[in-house]
Design a protein around this ligand. Sequence first.
Ligand code: NDP
Length: 329
Amino acid sequence: MEYRRMGKTGLQLSVLSFGSWVTFARQTDDQQNDRLMSLAYDAGINFFDNAEVYSNGLSEEMMGRILKQKDWDRSSYVVSSKAFFGWKGADKKPNQHGLSRKHLTEACHEALTRLQVEYLDLYYCHRPDKNVPVEEVVRTMNTLIQQGKILYWGTSEWSAAEIVEAHAAAGRLGLEAPAVEQPEYNLFNRQKMEADYLTIFKNLGMGTTIWSPLASGLLTGKYNNGIPEDSRLALEGYGWLKDRALAQDKLNRVEELGKLAVQLGVSLPTLAIAWCVRNPNVTTAILGATKESQLLENLKALEVLPLLTPEVLTQINDIMQTKPFVSEY
Ligand code: NDP
């Protein structure tokens, strides 16, 4: 396993990490989660990602049970949570979501209880909240750090301008600024990581924990000939994801990319994940998996990295046609 510093912080994250969105509680049970997390940990993965909204709190509870059972040295792993969406589903009341001091603080306490840990290593604002002054967010996160309840705070899917604003507020107030952003990044979605955020990497030293490196599984090629019954896009309630993912032009590009993977003698998921972590601004790519076989395969992505020569990267760009105009990669 390779470890990278999270931006300009001292924290080191495994370049491949493991998250529980959709999977825990919805697709996998405690036994399976134990096998997946153990496999990840034994392979050197040291970061486990979670959020209050994942299965409305159940995902944190499940991960907490595994962490408790395993009794891994607390200093050997990093665990996160995120607040914004709330975990009460459609019944949520006004202060049970968003980035107010009240919700950020309560969601942190709830995450600590569910995950059965004394502190969160990373705590994210899961989305920006236009209704809360950025100073309130910065002050709250700084207080949680001072209280020892979280070690670093981050943003997820904030615009570059919003991140700059948070850093400016933290600078003015002499408080902790966000150290990490969690954006989507994969071969279909490159704009933020390769264009919008370039200045925040350079000037603010932000790290990134990128999500959906396989675009929810699309980049494995498993949807090329329909929707497998046991896959994410077959789940009830994920119609929005299906509509977004299964456009014919996307499937055509995945098919072409599959041919390139065959030429290189590697699997398509490993090629797609290696492509993500090849970007030096990626601290870690968060993997999702419902089966051990998937995780075992995806972990081989690091062996594919040396095959990503400038020629191969150009071939990938030509197939995908998703390279942002200003991209350096
Ligand atoms: P991916 O894009 O890698 O999708 C993972 C899913 O693809 C798996 O659950 C599995 O689904 C399928 N899959 C994975 N590997 C293979 C394989 N080798 N062969 C076939 N199918 C495979 O990542 P996720 O979308 O799961 O995101 C990863 C993590 O990122 C999340 O768990 C979460 O922690 C974080 N995240 C953060 C967000 C944010 O807003 N901050 C948003 C979304 C995710 P299946 O078996 O069901 O087909």
